[in-house]
Ligand binder design. Sequence first.
Ligand SMILES: Cc1cc2nc3c(=O)[nH]c(=O)nc-3n(C[C@H](O)[C@H](O)[C@H](O)COP(=O)(O)OP(=O)(O)OC[C@H]3O[C@@H](n4cnc5c(N)ncnc54)[C@H](O)[C@@H]3O)c2cc1C
Length: 561
Amino acid sequence: MDSSPFTSSEVDVVVLGSGAAGLVAALAAVDAGANVALFEKADLIGGSTAISGGVCWVPMNHHMDEAGTPDSREAALAYLHSLSLGQMNPALAEAFIGGARATVEWLEAVTELEFTLIPGYPDYHPEHPGGRPAGGRSLDPGLFSYESLGPWAGRVAKSRRSARLRITDTTLGGGTGFLDDATLSYREEHDLRGCGAALVGPLLAALLGAGVEPVLDAQATDLVIEDGRVRGVRLAIGSDGGRGHVHVAHARQGVIIATGGFEWNPELVSAFLRGPMTAPASVPSNEGDGLLMALRAGAALANMPHAWWAPTVSVPGDEAFGRPRATLLNRERTLPGSIMVNRAGRRFANEAANYNALGGAFHELDPVDFGYRNLPSWLIFDGRNAREFGSFGTPAGTPIAPWITRAETIPELAETLGIDAAGLVGTIARWNSFVDAGDDADFGRGRSAYDRWSGDGRFRGEVASTLGSLDEAPYFAVQVHSGTLGTSGGPRTDPDGRVLDTTGSAIPGLFAVGNAAAAPTALAYGGAGGTLGPIIVFGRAAGQAAAKSGAERSAGGRTIG
Ligand SMILES: Cc1cc2nc3c(=O)[nH]c(=O)nc-3n(C[C@H](O)[C@H](O)[C@H](O)COP(=O)(O)OP(=O)(O)OC[C@H]3O[C@@H](n4cnc5c(N)ncnc54)[C@H](O)[C@@H]3O)c2cc1C
């Protein structure tokens, strides 16, 4: 990129954003013969994808056949429909299921990705019609050595907690969350990264191999629209926020918006989301830029009140791209000896339910108080839980971190938190009686195969993996926030990712995919990987369609410089 105040370039397909959506779409467009440029707003590649678990939920994938546990189209569709509350567009659901298997096969053919099944990882609502209590649809991208990426290895976003772990090493994927010293040093020596980094690495390697070098620090700000067709994009280039350096990337075939959700844009969050969302766990560069560009181009919207919800906590030091971000509260709330309560000191949900479904509990409105009944809320756990399991990154047997609230008695803990002490004492006594009886009569925690998956691994599959009394001092508490992995509303698209206007016609030359678009599965979050599964399928479809879109493609585009 030269330093003159204005530069331009021309390619067939321009892709905005370097998460899974952008990387897969770019690769598919290249694979279909297009000349592609990819621009990323941050100074690191990978977006939320790179710091995610990297798991992809892919019904009917061929690894299920190889394992002798095949899936069926009917079961997958019935399952998705059972979770979408009538909100899912049937054509998009069909397109997802129809393209799922071929996408995994294609990715394994054109990149170094080799997915594997995560043994036993249940779907998130395994007892629903078509659900799978023993899993199979959630795929692990494994480990990828960043040594092969040369200088690009340092330009990919990294998770503080999971950089060296593969998903099966994490407690979510059935592991302990920790590596022994020998394994850790081997992975460090070979720069082996797992989880989301193992998805981003092979995609990036394939793109670099095809001659596409992502342009970092390049924020798309406006679409270039001529004669009703999107013909390019205006970008602010450089760490000065683009002041003084505007780049216009012309696109002969199409522009693919893959700029993630709008969860870091407070105005959009307040305008659209159905309830409070105060602590996103995604990368802070996801500010809804793509949504705003699509709106100005006349896009129709769908799924706007919704997000991929998640209870989160604020762990000091957890940050992405130099800004604090929330940490997912996944394991700690499912372990024996822990519950979640509101300011009345009462439990309000099955704490071991999947994170996305729990989002609804934070949006419960008290019609008399006219306030959110379960915000704020707290995770409460006892001394035995702390000793046996550790907490928020501290291993079992080590002291609990000083930022966690601690008290010697339950009333003292309630007083410190400012919540109803009698309520909390009564709730804990009631919980302990449920534990003794082996059944949570209030919220059914432990009844689903999913609840019995990620708690105490010694008892996986049994209620004891998640039911355990709170009766050993000291007692601990951490505030829980209503958070998200990313928003899931945006421009409506057709099965090829074409952005539709309010009449239902495609806006020529404009595509959207990933969390920048309305989620094709709407409310349905099928299982681990429920966002990235559809993203890789529709990312491929959008890239292929953009490569074939509009005017005849020329033999070779001018690359930026
Ligand atoms: C901790 C964590 C764990 C998760 N684990 C999983 C999991 O295991 N499986 C799963 O399915 N989902 C998971 N998720 C959710 C998943 O990560 C996201 O849904 C997914 O990564 C979104 O992909 P994307 O490509 O749409 O967006 P992103 O990966 O967020 O990428 C969007 C990119 O666009 C860039 N961008 C934004 N604006 C502009 C602009 N104006 N111009 C250019 N670029 C721009 C951003 O900087 C960003 O790099 C997890 C999320 C988190 C936070």
